[in-house]
Design a binder for this molecule. Structure first.
Ligand code: G3I
Length: 443
């Protein structure tokens, strides 16, 4: 076994253990007055993102609104299977790379959407079945997650695998027909390929407590109890003119399983309730400490897949709608609980927290760096390793020293962070990583 393979195997073993809880943090109840969605969300320890069609990055109005308001992006289509592996074994990352580089240049984090889905499969995969499809699917997960390793905050590893209707069971698909364990196989492959990314299950019509969301809930509970690596659940929240009364309670019951929750594809049908519903969703996320952020599925109404629903926060001219004001006011309202896995930004500088996956004789540490209100041009995280512990491998940072006091400095693409922006790096060590207490300094 060569070094890289040995490391990957070790990481795989490590991360299938129970995830350590993130560091405790201070709760903030102060009201704030951010003037953009991203800055206001960051003040609450969260991100506010938009789905982006990279073809629109040459549209000035679009880019102006995107860069001003959002601190997270997701590719509307460019990271899907048909886009990234149009022919079997031949990968194409042009659109995805373009979005990642736009995000880096503007201090935005990136959600990855999506590694496996019954929709938007390339033709060659649509025609496959059984073990050939299973191998091709897992290879796809490994290749794509490896390509974007260190650059994705959270991956939708699997999208929309549950059926609509009352049964709470899986959706029939070519992937499902390869065996019920295809989802956990995908999560394990994703973790091995990018140990620093949070791994999410993502679905729609799971926005209240119903048979479908309970099916997902049971799967997540099963995964966490068996050590299948899952970190988060995405609630798409493509909403009509009403919102389930138990929307927040549904988020909370998933958070209570020990995973983060995220609103991943929010859009709301136009009408009298649109602004109220947007506000309700925002308040629900803020009220659930493990709700780490909200993504809207597009920038302007005319960018939306929902056409005449006018479902987004900006009109076709890029002007703010009432729904925008409702979201911003909700973000700026006091009395919220920040996410426990994301330290609140300080008055400047940066903060860091560590989460540990340990096994006898070794560990993998995932470190979350959060920029303060001034943003960063670069950062250094220092921590003292316990006696006998040593760093053997680092990703998304450069380590100075391997025992005792060790300093981790940003690499070229993750040093520049906007206010409240979050990035992650990780390292593997021998010995015990218990009690690591990171401190962060920004430049
Ligand atoms: O790029 C081709 C273009 O070359 C061709 O001329 C044109 C003709 O139809 O099609 C273009 O591809 C379209 C693609 O969007 C890019 O615009 C596809 O037809 C169209 O089906 C595709 O729609 C996307 C849809 O997923 C497909 O299922 C939407 O943009 C995208 O917003 C939507 O996103 C999904 C999430 O991934 C999962 N959750 C639901 C959400 C909304 O449906």
């Amino acid at each position: 076994m060569n070094h890289a393979r040995a490391l990957r195997a070790a990481v795989t073993i490590a991360v299938t253990g129970v995830l350590a809880a993130g560091m405790a943090m201070t709760l903030s109840t102060a009201a704030s007055a951010g003037t953009t969605l991203g800055a206001s969300a960051a003040e609450k320890g969260r991100y506010f993102g938009a789905a982006v069609a990279t073809g629109k990055l040459s549209d000035n109005t679009y880019v102006t609104v995107l860069n001003r308001e959002f601190n997270s992006v997701v590719a509307e289509n460019e990271m899907k299977w048909d886009a990234t592996e149009p022919q079997q074994g031949r990968f194409s990352y042009t659109g995805g790379d373009r979005l990642v580089s736009h995000a880096r240049a503007n201090g935005m984090s990136v959600r990855g959407h999506t590694l496996l889905w019954h929709g938007q499969q390339p033709g060659w995969a649509q025609g496959m079945s059984g073990s050939a499809l299973r191998s091709a699917a897992i290879n796809h997960v490994t290749q794509v997650a490896t390509h974007f390793r260190g650059q994705i905050y959270a991956w939708d590893v699997v999208n929309e695998a549950f059926a609509d209707g009352g049964g709470g069971g899986r959706r029939d698909s070519n992937l499902q027909r390869t065996g019920n364990d295809w989802i956990e196989a995908a999560f394990r492959a994703a973790r091995a390929a990018d140990p620093g990314a949070k791994l999410c299950y993502n679905d729609y019509n799971t926005d209240g407590i119903n048979a479908k969301s309970t099916g997902v809930y049971n799967m997540v509970r099963d995964f966490t109890s068996r050590g299948v690596p899952i970190d988060c659940v995405g609630f798409q929240s493509h909403l009509g003119t009403t919102i389930p009364g138990d929307y927040q309670a549904n988020l909370q019951r998933f958070a209570d399983l020990g995973v983060d929750v995220q609103i991943t594809e929010l859009d709301v049908m136009t009408g009298g309730n649109q602004a109220n519903i947007y506000g309700t969703v925002t308040r629900a996320c803020l009220a659930v400490s493990r709700c780490t952020g909200i993504t809207v599925w597009g920038v302007r109404d005319c960018d939306s897949w929902r056409g005449s629903d006018n479902a987004l926060l900006f009109d076709c001219g890029g002007n703010k709608k009432a729904a925008y004001t409702s979201v911003l006011n909700a973000l700026n309202a006091g009395g919220t609980t920040p996410s426990p896995t994301t330290p609140p930004p300080g008055p400047g500088g940066c903060s860091a927290s560590v989460s540990l996956n340990s096994w006898t004789g070794g560990f993998v540490a995932t470190v979350t760096v959060t920029a303060g209100s001034s943003g960063t041009n670069g950062w250094t995280v220092s921590m003292t390793l316990p006696g006998g512990a040593s760093v053997t491998n680092t990703w998304s940072a450069t380590a100075s020293g391997s025992t005792g006091a060790v300093r981790f400095t940003n690499v070229d693409y993750n040093g520049r962070l906007g206010a409240g922006q979050v990035t992650e790096f990780g390292f593997q060590g021998n010995g015990s990583g218990a009690g690591l207490t990171p401190t962060c300094s920004a430049s």
